[in-house]
Design a protein around this ligand. Structure first.
Ligand SMILES: [Zn+2]
Length: 419
């Protein structure tokens, strides 16, 4: 942990999740990630060793078509009834050739098995972690995307035709987790615009979705983005709508079961080691777990009426020396992908800037902490007629510090701008 990063972290402790308050915890856990991934056999051996910890129970959920074990590790404080905790389901490596999720989960399990850190022990009093470190053992053993029957597991969540997806669905039904994470990696060579950098995909806002679900996923994705920024990790967030493809795991849990659910994709290539890619997932797991542990998810009760008291107005805080400025640029057609418009913002980041969001008619469609500040939006997402676009910049505590709006008309024939 560099001193400058520590200083930034101290600055945001007012809103920081408690487990992240120790500035080096993410690097402590990431230091346990090996240079090369654990094999299936090594993973099973490690889980058997971790089973010796009073905090961890590793169990078999059944076998794959090739007879390998699908394992679940339950991490909790044995002195606290799990019924009194929130539950976080973490699914890693549905795609066998994406090892960073497995290594992130194994490192987290090893750390939680033996740590005496107050923050981690406090977390385990409030959250039970249900971790599936290797959801596709046959694919992992062959270092290929699909499972032993040749099925892409992350397109099997409507059919639920495979022993792996069926086993994970049983975990859901047995434990009813409060949040689900699905850990993946992005190929370095992909040309797809949204695949150029680490991203999180989660549930957006729609009239047919519970407002509390959208509020939670919006709040958590903003926290994830702010924390990634503090660790110097670039990140975009994208938001699903109810008509998106439900065959994907995070949408099955988020849109079908309506549980806050997060797809984490870490970008490979460009000198990013297995440890770097796992660190992204480790930080993500800590932020989501902390939100479960320490933040209100259900709607807050109405405040009781109070008699107003007259007090002297508090002095206004001094404005930042260099305030953040933002301007929404005119959208342009996305040259790389038909039927898409590139939403763009020009940002002069001040010292308080953490991330920004793009909004379409009041609903957040993307969030990013990374320049260039742009988002390739499907025009079919728009209704007919005039659209209200907005860009909002936030500080690390989630306070809006600058915004701009623009009225436009977008249609499939092209972009029609208005003022
Ligand atoms: Zn994947």
């Amino acid at each position: 942990m560099k001193l400058s990063r520590f200083a930034v972290l101290v600055g945001v402790l007012l809103w920081a999740p408690a487990v992240l308050a120790r500035a080096d915890i993410v690097e402590d856990i990431a230091s346990l990630v090996p240079a090369d991934p654990h094999s299936y056999a090594e993973t099973m051996t490690l889980l058997r060793q971790l089973n010796q910890s009073e905090r961890i129970r590793a169990v078999s959920l059944g076998n794959t078509s090739k007879g390998r074990t699908i394992a679940l590790a339950v991490v909790r404080d044995p002195r606290v009834s799990y019924r009194n905790t929130r539950k976080l389901l973490i699914i890693a490596r549905q795609h066998g050739n994406e090892p960073a999720g497995t290594e992130a989960v194994l490192a987290l399990l090893r750390h939680l098995a033996r740590t005496q850190g107050r923050a981690e022990l406090g977390l385990l009093k409030r959250v039970t972690i249900l971790a599936i470190p290797m959801a596709n053992p046959d694919g992992a053993s062959a270092m290929c995307r699909r499972n032993g029957a040749g099925v892409d597991l992350n397109r099997d969540w409507v059919a639920l035709s495979q022993p792996e997806t069926q086993a994970i669905e049983r975990v859901y039904e047995r434990w009813l987790p409060d949040a689900v994470m699905d850990l993946h990696e992005l190929p370095s060579a992909s040309k797809k615009a949204s695949y150029q950098e680490n991203f999180v995909e989660t549930i957006g806002t729609a009239a047919t979705l519970p407002a509390s679900l959208s509020r939670t996923t919006g709040e958590v994705s903003a926290r994830i983005s702010a924390w990634m920024g503090h660790y110097g990790i670039p990140l975009h967030c994208y938001y699903d709508t109810p008509d998106d493809d439900l065959r994907l795991c995070h949408r099955h849990f988020g849109l079908y079961h309506q549980v806050p659910s997060y797809l984490f994709e870490s970008k490979t290539g460009r000198g990013r080691s297995l440890r770097d890619r796992a660190e992204y997932h480790i930080l993500g797991m800590l932020v989501v777990a902390n939100h479960l542990a320490y933040h209100e998810v259900a709607p807050k009760p109405l405040p009781l009426p109070v008699t107003p008291t007259v007090t002297a107005p508090a002095p206004a805080p001094p404005p930042p020396a260099k305030p953040t400025k933002v301007r929404m640029l005119e959208p342009v057609a996305d040259e790389a992908r038909e039927g898409r418009a590139l939403l763009r913002a020009e940002v002069t980041p001040g010292e308080d800037f953490a991330y920004l969001t793009f909004e379409l008619n009041g609903a957040v469609v993307a969030l990013t902490n990374q320049a260039p500040y742009q988002y390739s939006m499907e025009i079919s997402r728009c209704q007919e007629g005039a659209q209200e676009l907005a860009v909002r910049c936030y500080d690390a505590s989630g306070r809006c510090i600058a915004y701009d709006t623009r009225a436009v008309r977008l249609d499939n024939a092209g972009l029609v701008m208005g003022e």
